[in-house]
Design a protein around this ligand. Structure first.
Ligand code: NAD
Length: 290
């Protein structure tokens, strides 16, 4: 039996269509339109591609876009001053700083500088703190984890009581995903590079979210029959025959996992498009915090 494929691209399209409709309605009523500022520092090719894709999507949806392209050697102060200016700019509802930043910059200090009301990535410590508290709601849920949850719920709306293995504990993906799964009444196990018997933890899980950045880490025989498998990983591996000389693969060995999973997301065409759709949803939501 082969798993249902969770088509992130299709799901993202339907979310973007809803956002576009909401923006068109605002336009018709002459209400202010949302604006997203993107800040790119340096020349990392992957970051450049991600930012370009986000800017294109804002244009497609009618979201105003303000892009800032800073030099690789940009001083911390210059970046923080730009963010402080954008915090005060009434045309900008969302501020996105593309990570990772060049090594001389403190990501933590940069993230602290963004106003939590404009933190459309949902990773400011204020919003991360609210996410971890039982009776509070963050102003924004982080984009990739939100996409992961939407994908899981597209095949299983109620995940109460399910066991979930989350592989990776980063502040932007693994940890908030585990918290959001817990908010949906699933029981997450947070796994990382020191975790022992990762394969066994996965075999006991009804849901696997792989966010390690390790190509093909999750093997088919790690997957409990019928489990939901969400592959967050984006890895560039050499591909001599491909036009670009590399190809994108996830953290899951798709060929073997698809035979055992109940539902599985592909790479590419899975979590990536959903992350952008959730960023746009957060930017629209940011209008409420003006
Ligand atoms: P990160 O490097 O910050 O964190 C990786 C985590 O995985 C760490 O907690 C580490 O302990 C754990 N890990 C690494 N190897 C492991 C192993 N062999 N076994 C168990 N745990 C292991 O990375 P990140 O920013 O969280 O991103 C993770 C992956 O997701 C990357 O491939 C990244 O490109 C991808 N990503 C995709 C999207 C998207 O939109 N699809 C968004 C963000 C990140």
């Amino acid at each position: 039996m082969s798993a249902e494929i969770i088509d992130g691209k299709k799901l993202a399209e339907s979310i973007k269509n809803e956002i576009k409709t909401a923006i068109t309605e605002r336009e018709e009523k002459s209400l202010p339109l949302p604006g997203l500022a993107t800040i790119l520092v340096g020349n990392d090719p992957a970051s450049r591609t991600y930012v370009a894709s986000k800017i294109k999507t804002t244009a497609d949806l009618g979201i105003r876009s303000f892009s800032y392209d800073l030099d690789e050697n940009c001083p911390q102060e210059e970046l923080e001053n730009l963010i402080l200016r954008l915090n005060e700019d009434p045309d900008v509802q969302g501020i996105l700083v593309q990570l990772p930043l060049p090594g001389h910059l403190s990501e933590d200090e940069v993230l602290h500088t963004i106003s939590p009301k404009k933190d459309v990535d949902g990773i400011h410590p204020f919003n991360a703190g609210l996410l971890s508290r039982k009776y509070s709601e963050p102003l924004f849920y982080p984009c990739t984890p939100s996409g992961v949850i939407r994908m899981i719920q597209s095949v299983c709306p109620d995940i109460s009581g399910m066991n979930a293995a989350v592989i990776g504990r980063s502040s932007i993906v693994g940890m908030p995903t585990a918290m959001m799964l817990s908010r949906c009444n699933a029981t997450p196990t947070i796994c990382h590079s020191y975790t022992k018997h990762l394969d066994e933890i996965c075999r006991e899980s009804d849901i696997i979210v792989a966010a390690a950045g390790s190509p093909g880490l999750v093997q088919g025989d790690w997957v409990k029959p019928g489990a939901i498998v969400i592959d967050v990983g984006i890895n560039h591996i050499p591909d001599k025959n491909g036009p670009r000389g590399y190809k994108l693969v996830g953290d899951v060995d798709f060929e073997s996992a698809v035979k055992r999973a109940g539902a599985i997301s592909p790479v590419p065409g899975g979590v990536g498009p959903m992350t952008i759709a959730m960023l746009m949803a957060n930017t629209l939501k940011a209008i409420d915090y003006r």
